[in-house]
Structure formats: structure tokens, C-alpha cells
Ligand binder design. Structure first.
Ligand code: UDP
Length: 330
């Protein structure tokens, strides 16, 4: 298959490109390098450009037969989306529409879409299954929810088939050590804890320890980036076979608190990690845990790195590489 990976130079996208190359697919990566890195794209064709560029999109599809698209390119910071919603509606929503319209005009009708647990908003119950009400509480979640909603209409009206994958907390790194998380600024818990362990930041700040959870810190469902990618590959194959649109929640069904993450990082790294407790961050639900039985049953998804220790080991291997790169002469 010829697979267009939009956002293939970013964190999850780059792991996906690596997996698709391993599956002997022809990969075309489209990325504007706003948050991604050219050296994270380990093979295939690379096109530097943006989904805002409709002309580029049309020529991309006109010059090649693209069998399917995976769309990873979006802004992902909840806090930023509250301050700058226009960025999120422009990039995550309007640019996605450009992509869908280019696909439609060129008869490409298979899409795997990166969605998020944030479409559910404050949970009514956990674990969260696909039937859970969808009431996103920030522009990031709304932008993803809107694309999911639009995809339903594009399926009925234009036959564009899609699978929406709602990630819980994506984390970990390529077990071979070639790829990992490189967000600037980094806002995610696991890379920040490991930066505190390596000395790249002074401490990890816990955003609130007065939640109604066993140790007072928030509980999240951490899912390894490679397991997310295997779900995409299975979803693409299912879509090829069944031609039926679907949506799946992706997590391990196991929640860990912020303190448990810090303790595990301490065990894995053997380093002291300075902890500072700060007030709650706005918009953080106390517990977010996925019910991913649908993906397990329907896609035959079998996460390979479900335990937190392994996830943190892989992320630590990557963090140590980042430290070595930062220390080496330019
Ligand atoms: N968190 C924290 N300190 C940090 C970053 C995150 O205490 O420096 C907490 C955050 O409040 C949440 C959990 O860690 O409860 C996971 O946050 P992250 O930003 O990694 O992912 P999110 O759950 O927001 O998608």
C-alpha cells in the first residue's frame, strides 16, 4: 500500500512510519516540521509542507496513488488550546477539512485519524468505553470531537471510511532507541519526570495532590507509543477488509497515579527525583482510564508493553540519548 502519514515527523507519527516501513509499505510523510524532526523520519518519501496548503495537497494526491492516510498532525496542548483556541480550530479542524477534501477529490477513501480521550470530557464513569457521552471541555478536545463528527457525515455522504483512535496517555519510546518524545516545550509527565532524573530540569512538579484518588494525585492510563502504532496498523487492515468506519478507545485499562509514575521512574533510573507539589492544573480530571475491550475484540489488538516499568525503561533509554546529544559538541 501507499500510505500517506501526515505528521510523520512527530512523536507518534515517526514511530508509525518506522512500523509501516517494517511492514514493507510505501510511506509518504507530509510534515511542516513545526513540531516534528526531519531526522525522525526513518525512510520512505518526505514532503515538507502544511495541510494549510491546499495546492500542495492536491498535487500530492494527483501525482501518486495514495491508498490510505494516517493523520497525526495536530496541536496537543490542552492549556494552550484554552488560551489560543483559534490555533486549534485552524490547525486541528480547518486543516483536517483540507485533507479530507483533497482525499475526496482524488478518490482516496481510507483514513486513520488520531483522536483523544479528551473528546469525552469529565468522565461520568471509568473505565471509559466507546459508549461514554462525549462532552469535551476544552478547545483541543472539541477540535478532535468535531473532526470525528465530520467524518461520520463524510462517510454517509461521500463514502470516506475512517477509523478514529482515541489515545489515552501516549508514552514510551522505540525499544530500539531510534525514536522518542521530543516536544518543545515538553508538558507530558513521563518525559518531564525523566528529565528531572537526568538533571535536564531541576524537579518534577506535581499538579495537585488533593484529588479523590488513593494518593491524592491524578490517575492516568499510560499506553506505549508502539502499541498505539500497532493499533493503527490493525485498524488500517480492518478498514481495507471491511470498509466500515469505526472508533476505538486505546489504553491498557490500568490507571497509575502521578506519584506511582514518579516512584517507578526512580526505580528504573536509580536517580533521585526532586518533587514539588503545586496547585491543580485546570481541566485535569481525577481519573482517566480506558476500556479498550472493543479494540482487543474487534481489531485483535494485543499491547506488548503494557506495564509501566517497561514504558519508563524505553523512555529512559531515549532520555539518556537526548542527554548525550545535548552534551556532544555541535
Ligand atoms: N502532570 C504533573 N506534572 C507535570 C505534568 C503532568 O503532575 O509536570 C500530571 C497532570 O496533571 C496529569 C498527569 O500528570 O494528571 C498526566 O499529564 P500529561 O500532561 O502527561 O497528560 P494528559 O493526561 O494531560 O494528557
Amino acid at each position: 500500500m501507499n500510505v500517506l502519514v501526515v505528521g510523520g515527523a512527530g512523536y507518534i507519527g515517526s514511530h508509525m512510519v518506522k512500523m509501516l516501513l517494517g511492514e514493507r509499505q510505501h510511506v509518504i510523510t507530509l510534515d511542516n516540521l513545526s513540531g516534528g524532526y526531519r531526522d525522525a523520519v526513518l525512510g520512505g518519501e518526505f514532503v515538507e509542507g502544511s495541510l494549510a496548503d491546499r495546492g500542495l495537497l492536491h498535487s500530492l494526491f494527483a501525482l501518486r496513488r495514495i491508498d490510505a492516510v494516517m493523520h497525526f498532525a495536530s496541536f496537543i496542548q490542552v492549556g494552550e488550546s484554552m488560551r489560543e483556541p483559534a490555533l486549534y480550530y485552524q490547525n486541528n479542524l480547518a486543516n483536517s477539512l483540507n485533507l479530507l477534501d483533497a482525499m475526496r477529490s482524488h478518490g482516496c477513501n481510507r483514513l486513520i485519524f488520531s483522536s483523544t480521550a479528551a473528546i469525552f470530557g469529565e468522565p461520568d464513569y471509568v473505565p471509559i468505553d466507546e459508549a461514554h457521552p462525549q462532552l469535551p471541555i476544552n478547545p483541543y478536545g472539541v477540535s478532535k470531537w468535531m473532526v470525528e463528527r465530520i467524518l461520520r457525515d463524510y462517510d454517509s455522504a461521500y463514502g470516506l471510511k475512517s477509523v478514529c483512535l482515541r489515545y489515552f496517555n501516549a508514552c514510551g519510546a522505540d525499544p530500539e532507541g531510534l525514536l522518542g518524545e521530543r516536544h518543545v516545550p515538553e508538558t507530558h509527565l513521563i518525559p518531564l519526570v525523566l528529565q528531572a532524573a537526568s538533571g535536564r530540569v531541576d524537579a518534577i512538579r506535581i499538579f495537585g495532590d488533593d484529588y479523590p484518588t488513593p494518593d491524592g494525585t491524578c490517575v492516568r492510563d499510560y499506553v506505549h507509543v508502539e502499541d498505539l502504532c500497532s493499533a493503527h496498523w490493525l485498524a488500517l487492515n480492518a478498514l481495507q477488509k471491511s470498509s466500515r468506519s469505526a472508533a476505538f478507545n486505546l489504553g491498557n485499562g490500568q490507571g497509575y497515579s502521578v506519584r506511582q509514575v514518579i516512584d517507578t521512574a526512580h526505580e528504573v533510573t536509580g536517580r533521585p527525583i526532586e518533587v514539588i507539589v503545586e496547585p491543580r492544573r485546570s481541566g485535569d480530571p481525577a481519573r482517566l482510564v480506558a476500556d479498550a475491550r472493543h479494540a482487543v475484540d474487534r481489531l485483535n489488538w494485543k499491547p506488548q508493553h503494557a506495564d509501566l516499568q517497561t514504558i519508563i525503561e524505553h523512555a529512559w533509554q531515549w532520555e539518556q540519548k537526548m542527554v548525550r546529544i545535548a552534551a556532544s559538541p555541535a
